[in-house]
Design a protein around this ligand. Structure first.
Ligand code: NZQ
Ligand code: ZN
Length: 393
């Protein structure tokens, strides 16, 4: 196991009706004037936003609003939010929604006290030194941004989707009420489930040995998702299944299952080019890319893929041909994704094979290499997109 620091300062406020306590937690973490930041309307339609406002008012907290965050959140709204917060002297940002609203909130939070362009944090590697505090009321189990120190934003003008990270932007608190996810369309539920599983796989495939505890934690989260996702697709109001998924989404990405081990993250980078170009859901892009990446890198450590196949997917180990077992596991992952309504190739996602050179160029590694588990060059990324383009069951 490698040396590590693990800092997860977020207070999680989990369970039915807990959004009614939001105002209390904003006050607890020092907020007196809040930016209420949300998406395209689901939180308005469900009545959630009104309940949150009532709670803020009951706790004597003033607020201004900025809705309209799009999935794959854009820089343009972040700039608007930064200006609004400065003008209104906002001291706390409250995201109500999914990863997109939370990531946009985090970007605003780091942009307000920064004199330069907030985009510096996403493209130049500039370290975040200050951020105003963020809290969240989560409405979709997916990105894990409610517990992570990451934010992913798309620059509208040039279509670049990039991430920034720091413990300073981890939310102070996150309200997780699984009931709020019952209004999700099945497709969004499945996209979220795919993202959660991808966050675990990015950590599971590692060159670090002797990491039994995190291996087993990863397997537990994956097996939970395999059990619970079909239950909520069949019965969207199943509270217990929703609750397990919501907590799995947080556990998958606050890094408790990834500490002490090298991680990969190439599938995410390769996917981000798809959601930047086609504006598809991140989870749907991952459903197409992640199994393709697995096929391409499997030979690097056949026994680790065979281990996943046996322990997670319940395949029988073929001792004479472990690679066959490894590939069976990857195909079971694809079958699972198809069974929950996810695309598994370019056609089903709405992507075009002719765009592959453009995707690779935008990925932007030039003649360099990227990735933790297997170092990939531009030609490897091309091959992964090609496998993804033609994937079948
Ligand atoms: O905008 P509204 O109207 O709220 O609709 C949203 C949106 O259309 C809808 N939705 C959310 N909760 C709902 C609901 N509809 C009905 N009922 C509800 N309860 O779902 C759609 C997707 O929402 P979004 O916030 O985009 O989803 P998600 O949480 O998957 O976030 C995706 C973004 O997070 C980034 C992705 O790249 C993508 O931009 N990621 C962020 C990470 C992080 N910060 O740590 C890590 C991830 O790997 C990921 O890259
Ligand atoms: Zn993700």
């Amino acid at each position: 196991m490698l040396n590590f620091n693990f800092c997860s300062p977020t207070e999680f406020v989990f369970g039915k009706g807990r959004e009614n306590e939001t105002g209390y937690y904003v006050r607890k973490y020092g907020g007196s004037k809040v930016l209420l930041h949300y998406g395209g309307g689901s939180a308005v339609r469900s009545g959630l936003l009104d309940r949150v406002k009532t709670s803020l008012t009951a706790n004597g907290i003033a607020f201004v609003e900025l809705g309209g965050v799009k999935p794959n959140p854009r820089d343009t709204l972040v700039y608007e939010g930064i200006e609004l917060c400065r003008r209104e002297q906002v001291d706390f940002i409250l995201a109500v929604g999914g990863g997109s609203s939370i990531d946009s909130s985090k970007a605003i939070a780091m942009g307000v006290p920064y004199e330069g362009d907030f985009w510096d944090f996403y493209v130049t590697g500039k370290q975040i030194e200050r951020a105003i505090p963020v809290g969240t009321v989560l409405t979709i189990a997916a990105a894990g941004s409610e517990g992570s120190g990451d934010s992913v934003i798309t620059k509208e003008a040039d279509g670049l989707k990039r991430g920034a990270g720091s413990d300073l932007i981890r939310p102070r608190f996150s309200v997780l009420n699984p009931e709020l996810t019952c209004t999700l369309p099945a497709y969004q539920t499945a996209c979220g489930a795919t993202d959660i599983m991808a966050h675990v796989f990015e950590r599971y495939f590692t060159n670090t040995t002797e990491v039994e505890i995190t291996d087993r934690l990863c397997e537990a989260v994956l097996m939970t998702m395999i059990k619970e996702t079909p239950r909520v697709i069949a019965d969207p109001n199943n509270y217990d299944a929703r609750a397990n998924i919501m907590w799995a989404g947080m556990v998958a990405h606050n890094n408790i299952v990834g500490v002490g081990r090298e991680q990969d993250w190439n599938s995410h980078g390769i996917e981000h080019e798809l959601s930047a170009l086609y504006d598809c859901a991140h989870g749907a892009g991952l459903a197409v890319i992640m199994p393709a990446w697995m096929e391409y890198v499997c030979k690097h450590d056949v026994m680790r893929f065979a281990q996943a196949a046996v322990r997670v997917w319940g395949c029988k180990m073929n001792f004479a041909d472990p690679e066959a077992t490894a590939h069976e596991g990857i195909q079971r992952f694809r079958s699972f994704l198809r069974s929950i309504g996810m695309p598994i190739n370019f056609d089903e996602l709405g992507a075009k094979k002719a765009d592959i050179p453009r995707l690779v160029q935008s990925f932007g590694i030039g003649s360099g290499e990227t990735g933790g588990f297997v170092h990939l060059k531009a030609e490897d990324i091309t091959k992964i997109y090609e496998i993804a383009a033609h994937a079948a069951l």
